[in-house]
Design a protein around this ligand. Structure first.
Ligand SMILES: Nc1ncnc2c1ncn2[C@@H]1O[C@H](COP(=O)(O)OP(=O)(O)O)[C@@H](O)[C@H]1O
Ligand SMILES: [Mg+2]
Length: 297
């Protein structure tokens, strides 16, 4: 096995179409002779959104949490990431905002920011209603708990209502068969927006923990909050309120330690991520992991 992650070089003739959802520039492509579509995502300028996507997917794999597969990728000499589509074999992705819009008469699925009705309570209720079988609903809610634990480890502040969903397939007789889509879009994590000087200062002043605790996430705790709690604070509150969902999710943390995190980061090629960015991503995940281990649902 090579020391560094492989880099996919996307050829112009593979390009299929743009993707309108989400905020970043990106397009779908399919490698000649392949049956799978992939989403090439450009990182926003001066950010590490591409390596954040890759590291997050590798952390999810290490935690055994269902996730979209990601590779580092290049298109016309520009660095980015490539996410393999999980919408296959006639399945379509129905996003959280569409699900909540169907389940709640006063939910505005079009809202891009400050959708405070996107609470954990409303999401859990909507998932309960979406499944006729109680076991399927429970399994789905437990998967959501796992995604939230992943978000807390990597500091993903972007779990808004278009960044989770159900994968549905139409059956005969107007029935639908569906399951929770693998976790996707982890670009807003691991301090990817920081400049190296800021990273160095935060680490020198021992402020990585403060940084982790102050980021606001995309899921609210209550509708009257102005902003969502940090991904870590959400898990702190949710694991007390819903131990049946979070116990098994938190138990997955036993699969991660400093050594495995370091190996995941070290496999990013040296010209893709600065030494400061590596040190900071490592410090952030170690802090989050240590705090999460203290939770006792
Ligand atoms: N692995 C995937 N399989 C299928 N659809 C996906 C996958 N990843 C992303 N998408 C679709 O593409 C949209 C944009 O991708 P996303 O990673 O969320 O980009 P952005 O960072 O711009 O929000 C998503 O909202 C979803 O509809
Ligand atoms: Mg998105």
């Amino acid at each position: 096995m090579s020391e560094f992650y492989p880099i996919v070089t996307v050829e112009p003739e593979w390009v299929l179409e743009g993707e309108d959802m989400g905020s970043k520039e990106k397009f779908w492509y399919r490698e000649t002779g392949d049956t799978r579509n992939c989403l090439f995502k450009y990182p926003r300028r001066y950010t590490g959104e591409h390596w954040a996507e890759k590291i997050a997917a590798e952390v999810a794999a290490c935690l055994d949490i269902l996730h979209a597969r990601v590779e580092l990728a290049e298109f016309q000499n520009v660095h980015g990431s490539a996410t393999e589509s999980f919408a296959r074999r006639g399945r379509v992705l129905i996003h959280g905002n569409e699900i909540l819009g169907i389940m709640m008469s006063d939910y505005n699925p079009e809202m891009k920011f400050h959708q405070s009705a996107h609470t954990l309570g409303n999401i859990l209720a909507a998932l309960d209603n979406a499944f006729t079988n109680r076991e399927d609903a429970m399994r789905t809610k437990q998967l959501l708990a796992q995604y939230l634990v992943l978000d807390a480890v990597i500091g993903n502040t972007d779990r808004h209502h278009e960044n989770w969903g159900l994968l549905l397939r139409k059956l005969e007789g107007n029935k639908w068969d569906g399951f929770f889509a693998p976790s996707f879009d982890h670009a807003s994590s691991l301090g990817r927006e920081l400049r190296d000087e800021k990273r160095d200062r935060l680490m020198a002043e021992d402020r990585v923990g403060r940084y982790a605790e102050k980021g606001h996430g995309g899921i609210y705790w209550s509708v009257d909050e102005r902003r969502g709690p940090s991904p870590f604070e959400l898990v702190r509150r949710a694991s007390h309120a819903h131990p049946d969902l979070f116990q098994s999710a938190l138990a997955k943390l036993d699969r991660l330690d400093e050594g495995s995190l370091r190996r995941i980061i070290d496999r990013v090629p040296s010209d893709w991520m600065s030494p400061s960015a590596r040190k900071f991503a490592m410090a952030l995940m170690c802090y989050n992991l240590e705090q999460l281990r203290k939770l006792d649902p």
